[in-house]
Design a protein around this ligand. Structure first.
Ligand SMILES: [Zn+2]
Ligand SMILES: [Zn+2]
Length: 240
């Protein structure tokens, strides 16, 4: 946000919280730095937060707005002198191999990103001793992975979560959840749908992400929400 060519009051808003890059989150835990999704704004997001080290990237699904920035891990390759581990479901690996075919050729052009694909399934795994639990959500017909790391859960691009997967989110202190807009959408939760799930789970704090300009002004929507639910905004930092 703003959307190219859009003249609506949200896209034209002067409030910094109405300016949003593509959805992503960076986690720092036990000396590790992980990023969930590397969309087209990954480079800008890394520069903005002055990130100097990256241990792994976790991918939710293979849509362009979540993976298109992976080419820019080359800067971390260069300074860390190693490939970057990228965790995803098996079918997402095939998508990444086609989007970034040049990074997976046998005879690579010098300087291409070095991506080490790590396949995960819907069961808990560890990266450097940090336990990560995938949460399988549905994005219309596409299974997407959300992730729980300790008391933090991040869900994006969902419009359905089964009871079994909701159970894995229980007890999270902070939940980030996608909410696209107010009107029904084929593959994303609406504001009401996301709020209803969060009301049920009752985390200490919840933040809505992947918000369209059709949601309205940040300041207006924020006033309508239950006290523990907020709209996320770029640069938001949470300590746990
Ligand atoms: Zn998507
Ligand atoms: Zn998306």
């Amino acid at each position: 946000m703003p959307v190219i060519t859009c003249n609506c009051n949200v896209c034209q808003s002067a409030d910094a919280k109405d300016k949003r890059l593509r959805s992503s989150v960076m986690l720092e835990t036990g000396g590790n730095t992980f990023v969930i999704d590397a969309g087209p704004d990954f480079r800008q997001q890394m520069l903005r937060k002055n990130v100097k080290k990256l241990d792994a990237v976790l991918i939710t699904h293979g849509h362009k707005d979540h993976v298109n920035g992976l080419d820019d891990v080359r800067a971390f390759n260069y300074f860390q002198k190693c490939p970057i581990d990228v965790y995803s479901q098996k079918d997402v690996q095939d998508i990444l191999k086609s989007f970034f075919f040049y990074a997976f050729e046998d005879d690579k052009y010098p300087g291409v990103p070095e991506i080490n694909l790590c396949a995960i399934e819907n069961k808990a795994f560890k990266i450097n001793d940090v336990l990560i639990t995938p949460i399988e959500v549905m994005h219309y017909r596409l299974p997407v992975f959300g992730y729980r790391i300790k008391d933090f859960t991040y869900i994006t691009d969902a419009n359905f979560i089964s009871g079994k997967e909701i159970d894995k989110m229980k007890g999270s202190k902070v939940i980030v959840m996608n909410a696209l807009r107010r009107k029904k959408h084929i593959s994303h939760f609406t504001l009401d749908e996301a709020v209803n799930i969060l009301q049920e789970l009752q985390p200490e704090q919840a933040y809505l992400t992947h918000i369209s300009h059709q949601m309205g002004l940040h300041a207006d929507v924020e006033k309508e929400l239950p006290p523990f639910i907020h709209l996320a905004y770029d640069g938001l930092t949470i300590e746990l």
